[in-house]
Design a protein around this ligand. Sequence first.
Ligand code: SAM
Length: 239
Amino acid sequence: MTENDFGGLFAAALELNGLSAYASLADEFEKLTEELVKFNAHTNITAVRSTKDIIMKHYVDSLIVAEFVEGGRVIDIGCGGGFPTLPLALARRDVHITALDSTAKKLTFVDQCKNIFDLNIETLCARAEDAGRGKLRQTFTGATARAVAALNILCELALPFVKTGGMFIAMKGPGADEETAAAENAIQILGGKLEGNKIILLKTPGGETLTRSLIFIRKIRPTPDKYPRAYAQILKKPL
Ligand code: SAM
């Protein structure tokens, strides 16, 4: 299998990680890769460049959350160039995704893909801590975030968007136990309850292993009005 054999690499990566249910989306993911590489050539939205890394670090890593998203309306906080937003939107057309980021140029790519693939997405260029105080507050059945901030900080950005009964899934690398322990107070204050962590060892077709974790936080009561605070405050005095 060569670096350029997208179909072979994609199918192998999915199979190794129990995600073959999405194998029928190979053509869409191949087209997404072409668009990502083309866009990245003039506007830097990702440092991940080789086909095999894009498949593993963007697609497989994003798709592991797809089966756990409960449906309805989900917000992806700090989606950047569209991860997990774009793979999730391709895999779960039943879910409406609000793709939020404070950097407009990254959302241009997400909008472009929304049009190409006719995805159930809307983009929102805003700071999470501002939007979380506005009309979208406590309106989502779910939230996701990958590679945005430490969990105690991330919870203050994400949980205000989720309605009671909904779920925030934080997508993390290794070290979920430590992060979760450090965020216990924040989770509780913001109206959440830790439902559990899932450690996932992703296997690459090249024989490497990448450690990932999903942290599941259920919203069990409304977030108090004073949260989220201004970002400087969140950083200065994390909950
Ligand atoms: N989730 C994407 C991924 O995994 O490829 C992007 C990760 S990137 C390292 C972090 C992103 O979070 C950036 O695009 C940044 O603009 C966004 N971000 C960080 N803090 C934010 C905030 N308070 N509100 C909105 N976006 C934020």
